[in-house]
Design a protein around this ligand. Structure first.
Ligand SMILES: [Zn+2]
Length: 174
C-alpha cells in the first residue's frame, strides 16, 4: 500500500512535523497537525530577529490553516519564548507560520482571507471558512494596514471632497 506524505504541504521554516491525527471539530471532520521548533535552528526574537541567549518557556497554540480538501486543518504549534539580549527582555521566537499575538490563523490562511475579503463581505467569508467573523475582520484589518499603512496627514493644507450629490428632497442652499 502506498502512503502519501502530507509534510510537503506544510513547508514552514524553523518547524518540524511531529504527527497528524483525524479529529471531529464540530464544523466537520478535521486534521490536527502538530509541529515543534526545529532544533537545528537557534531561536531568534520575533521582535528584532536577534538570536536568543536562553529559552525562557515553552508554549502551545492552535491555529487554523488552509483546508486539506474537505478537512478543516488545525495546526498544533509548539513554540518557545526566549531571552533577547538586544531587547533585554523575554520575546516570542520568530516562526514563519504566524504573526505572534495576532489572530489564530496561519499567515497563508490570512492571505487567503484577505483575498476573499476583496470579493465578498466579511460575514460571507466567515461562513465560507467556518471562522468567527471577528477573526475575519481582524485579519482583513491587518491586511489593509500592511497594504496601505496609516495615512500621514502631516503637512496637509487642503482637504477636497470629490463628489457632492443634490437630490429632490435635499435642503437647498440657494
Ligand atoms: Zn530583541
Amino acid at each position: 500500500m502506498s502512503t502519501i506524505s502530507i509534510s510537503s504541504l506544510f513547508p514552514f521554516c524553523r518547524l518540524k512535523f511531529v504527527n497528524s491525527e483525524e479529529v471531529e471539530l464540530g464544523i466537520g471532520s478535521g486534521k490536527v497537525i502538530e509541529f515543534r521548533p526545529d532544533q537545528r535552528f537557534s531561536p531568534i526574537s520575533a521582535h528584532c530577529k536577534t538570536k536568543g541567549t536562553s529559552q525562557h518557556s515553552k508554549h502551545q497554540r492552535f491555529l487554523r490553516d488552509l483546508s486539506l480538501g474537505p478537512h478543516k486543518t488545525l495546526i498544533h504549534l509548539n513554540y518557545r519564548k526566549i531571552y533577547c539580549p538586544h531587547c533585554g527582555q523575554v520575546r516570542v521566537e520568530e516562526l514563519d507560520i504566524a504573526t505572534p499575538g495576532g489572530p489564530r490563523v496561519t499567515k497563508r490562511l490570512a492571505t487567503y482571507i484577505q483575498q476573499l475579503c476583496k470579493l465578498m463581505p466579511v460575514k460571507a467569508v466567515a461562513e465560507h471558512l467556518h471562522l468567527d467573523w471577528k477573526t475575519v475582520k481582524e485579519v482583513e484589518k491587518q491586511g489593509l494596514q500592511s497594504e496601505f499603512g496609516d495615512t500621514d496627514y502631516n503637512g496637509l493644507r487642503y482637504l477636497a471632497v470629490d463628489e457632492i450629490s443634490y437630490g429632490k428632497h435635499h435642503k437647498s442652499f440657494y
